[in-house]
Design a binder for this molecule. Structure first.
Ligand code: 5GP
Ligand code: MN
Ligand code: MN
Length: 494
């Protein structure tokens, strides 16, 4: 049904608590983005999410939000880890889908004239598309090790450096992971996909830095105008998808009582402390590790391709990981929440006392954006804040932000994760033809190679919201501050 929104202040909108809602809900958006967000089921899904037991403060929708499975993409919920629940639909099917940016010390002068050679070489070397094939052929034992150890495995195998681990969220290892909580079916799906992009929305893009907005932060990140960088977007492939499917089915069955009280079956949740909550958390952790290794192997292969194309060792090209950050994840984190007189979570404007709580922070299509000084920001960036990477589209540009001071208060330490879709894949295939899109991009000197023309149509720049606007809102709210803007050079897609 219709959802009423109240304006709290510029770019902050609230769905007031009413009926069965456990808390209010908030949307962080400009009016233009809000009108796009209002076109699908996002607002209903956000309101529904407040009925999950233990939701604190407010369920939040980021400026790039759109509808997803049960819970919006661009949604954040901080759910009490002791008395609340955990919901696989609020993490998403592609567990630890995320992005990493690798720096280089090359400029467009080095790359110009090599764009097509580079895109062909990347496309040949890096498996993509729906099916199998990975950088590493692995058996079940290798998969188990990856699930247990994440990037520590890649380090031992020579696919990663210490610096790579140091520049990854959680240093590329989710300690609370348990491979035995992952089904054999899921592991089999992951076996030959280790080091592969996957389909459609996942990509590897060579970019150049076009603008620097915060010089001091850009310096700390090693970014400057004209520099060539590489952006990698992929997740946990079939393995993570299977983990999500497995646990949704188990949770729906075992916790049908809770399910019957929820407004949407797709929000199925396991109560905190239940066996399935712990098993899902551990299995999700394992899939998180798989995704980190996946992005690492794709980056490793990218270094090799650059070595071939530019005929130099990768270290001399400064190909260091700037940062890797997840955007589909749930994590136990401690946050300040508002708590009412009977321990009931309440929103703004009611009698409250502040209190810290351990939460399952669910970020689905939302990026962790911890500000300067937060203990989980890597040492090199502690004084400036955590890097946040926001892809736009293959035709428009992307951004590097840094976690803003207001992120903790407004979104459990989070900001947006992309431009966010405005058009479904089905509609995109009606509105665009892959060949035309590719030609238009080539006129802008952007070289795209994809598994199919349909992929290019489904991912045409026009299917996404305006990334400049998303980032402008993030910056204005102070949840993620703009550091640099990039523009595509060449791109490979699944
Ligand atoms: P998601 O994780 O929700 O699939 O996508 C993250 C974001 O990536 C999207 O919201 C979109 O803005 C962005 N994106 C999708 N395809 C491309 C691409 O080819 N290049 C760039 N730079 N961004 C893209
Ligand atoms: Mn994904
Ligand atoms: Mn993603």
């Amino acid at each position: 049904g219709d959802v009423t929104l109240e304006r709290v202040r510029e770019y902050v909108w609230e769905i007031p608590r009413e009926g069965k809602m456990g808390t209010p809900a908030r949307v962080l958006a400009s009016e233009r983005l809000l009108s796009q967000i209002s076109e699908d089921k996002t607002l209903q899904q956000l309101r529904n999410a407040t009925q999950l037991p233990g939701v604190t403060k407010y369920a939040v929708c980021m400026p790039d939000g759109h509808q997803g499975y049960g819970f919006p993409v661009g949604g954040v919920a901080g759910i009490d880890a002791e008395n609340g629940c955990i919901s696989p639909g609020a993490v998403g099917y592609d567990i630890n889908c995320g992005v990493r940016m690798m720096r280089t010390n090359l400029t467009m002068d080095d790359v110009r004239g090599h764009e097509e050679e580079l895109v062909d070489a990347l496309f040949d070397a890096i498996p993509s598309g729906l099916g199998g094939g990975g950088v590493v052929e692995s058996g079940i034992d290798t998969v188990n090790e990856v699930l247990e150890r994440g990037m520590a495995w890649a380090l031992d195998e020579g696919y990663a450096t210490d610096a790579d681990l140091a520049h990854c969220e959680d240093e590329g290892v989710r300690e609370e992971s348990d491979p035995s909580a992952v089904s054999t079916k899921a592991k089999n799906r992951g076996k030959n996909q280790l080091g592969s992009l996957g389909s459609g929305n996942h990509f590897l893009e060579v970019q150049r830095v076009t603008d620097v907005f915060r010089e001091e932060v850009a310096d700390a990140y090693g970014l400057s105008e004209g520099q060539v960088v590489v952006l990698i977007h992929c997740g946990s492939r079939g393995l993570g998808h299977q983990v999500c499917t497995d646990y949704l089915r188990k949770i729906e069955k075992r916790h049908s009582g809770l399910l019957s009280k929820l407004p949407d079956r797709e929000l199925a949740a396991a109560p905190a402390g239940s066996r399935l909550a712990e098993e899902y958390y551990a299995a999700m952790g394992a899939a998180i590790n798989f995704a980190w290794v996946n992005r690492q192997l794709v980056m490793h292969r990218t270094r090799e391709v650059f070595e071939d194309v530019f005929d130099r060792p990768w270290r001399t090209m400064g190909m260091e990981l700037l940062y890797d950050v997840a955007h589909n994840i749930a994590k136990k984190e401690t946050h300040v929440v508002r708590v009412g007189p009977e321990g009931r979570p309440v929103g703004d404007g009611e009698a409250v006392e502040r209190e810290e709580r351990e939460l399952f922070v669910h970020r689905k299509g939302a990026t962790r954006a911890f500000p300067a000084g937060h203990p989980e920001v890597p040492g090199a960036y502690l004084d400036v804040g955590q890097p946040v990477i926001i892809p736009g589209s293959m035709g428009t540009g992307s951004y590097v932000l840094r976690g803003g001071e207001a992120s903790m208060e407004l979104g459990f330490g989070s900001t947006a994760h992309g431009a966010g879709r405005v058009m479904s894949r089905t509609q995109a295939k009606k509105d665009y033809w892959g060949g035309d899109v590719r030609e238009e991009l080539e006129r802008e000197h952007i070289y795209v190679k994809a598994q199919s023309g349909a992929t290019v149509a489904e991912e045409a720049p026009g299917v996404y919201k305006d990334v400049d606007e998303v980032v402008r809102v993030s910056d204005a709210l102070g949840i993620g501050d703009t550091v640099a803007r990039t523009f595509p050079v060449c791109n490979i897609k699944g």
